[in-house]
Design a protein around this ligand. Structure first.
Ligand SMILES: [Fe+2]
Ligand SMILES: [Fe+2]
Length: 306
């Protein structure tokens, strides 16, 4: 059985070592990191943290999010659920660190959060389960706090060792979230660990076949935003139609969830159909931008977005 092993160390918000490179993330290791004593740490509502709420509003104005987030009912529901998300301040500060040094990651994180709320509303009825699910959105890439900023913002292909360091963000996020929420079983920590796995086993860190609706929702939101947003190594992003076609193609090959992609397509339709009424067509009309390779930093890398 494969095991989770850290390729690099994980430190806390003060720079103190939590777990060293080479550590196997056994049950005992994760329980001990969840129990490491911390000076009292406050919590804060995500939407009240500095400019998070107003930044999100600005992000909603740009296509295609202007269509997805349009409408009083949709926005009211979104803000109602988003308003319930609170988290330990070091995690919020890590998020804000990206606002200053890696704005792409900051924007991406908040949009994955907002999009996952709309998708979750369609697929998860229980309110408590819904809040647990959407909490995973803003922290799914929080492990990038343990990746050098030069790697995150590099505009040219990463070397194999840089790519390995970048992939470290999944397990680093798992450790950080287990630590700050003091619970290695919290859904957000597992989603941070698993959001680059794929349903057909083609992802990382372990390459196992994921079968979890909660991970599926973040996975689809993550891939979609990565496709339609500019990235450090890709100045021109996919247009929305081509991005949705790429999502459908991936759903049909079995790497991401067909149901979740169907919800995403329904959210993109101005006529507001229920997702069960959306037929997915893989017919290709658009073309990916020429000057880049989707979600990759290496020509042969197929593990999706960062
Ligand atoms: Fe992401
Ligand atoms: Fe990620």
């Amino acid at each position: 059985m494969s095991e989770y092993r850290l390729t690099h160390s994980v430190t806390d918000h003060r720079g103190d070592l939590l777990l060293d490179a080479g550590t196997v993330l056994s049950r005992e290791a994760m329980q001990s990191v969840a129990c490491v004593a911390t000076a009292s740490i406050g919590t804060c509502r995500l939407m009240d943290f500095y400019q998070v709420g107003s930044d999100l509003n600005d992000f909603f104005a740009a296509p295609p999010y202007d269509v997805i987030f349009k409408g009083t009912d949709r926005m009211r529901a979104l803000l109602d659920i988003a308003g319930e998300v609170t988290m330990p301040e070091p995690l919020l500060e890590a998020l804000y660190h990206f606002r200053k040094l890696d704005f792409y990651t900051y924007r991406h994180t908040l949009l994955v959060f907002a999009l996952s709320i709309l998708i979750t509303r369609e697929l998860i009825a229980d309110r408590t389960a819904m809040i647990q699910e959407v909490l995973a959105g803003p922290v799914h890439d929080i492990g990038k706090r343990c990746v050098p900023i030069e790697i995150l913002t590099k505009e040219t292909p990463l070397t194999p060792s840089e790519l390995e360091h970048l992939h470290h963000h999944t397990l680093a996020g798992y450790v950080l979230l287990s630590h700050y929420f003091r619970d290695p079983d919290i859904l957000a920590a597992r989603v941070a660990r698993d959001h680059h796995e794929r349903k057909d086993g083609s992802g990382y860190p372990l390459g196992i076949a994921m079968d979890s609706l909660t991970t599926d929702i973040i996975m689809v939101s993550d891939v979609y935003d990565a496709l339609i947003s500019p990235r450090p190594y890709r100045k021109s992003s996919y247009d929305n139609r081509t991005a949705l076609e790429e999502m459908i193609r991936q759903a049909e090959t079995g790497s991401i969830s067909h149901t979740v992609v169907r919800v995403l397509v329904a959210l993109n339709r101005r006529s507001r159909p229920h997702f069960s009424q959306c037929v997915l067509s893989a017919e290709e009309r658009g073309a990916p931008p020429e000057d880049n390779v989707y979600g990759t930093t290496q020509p042969n890398e197929k593990n999706g977005p960062h």
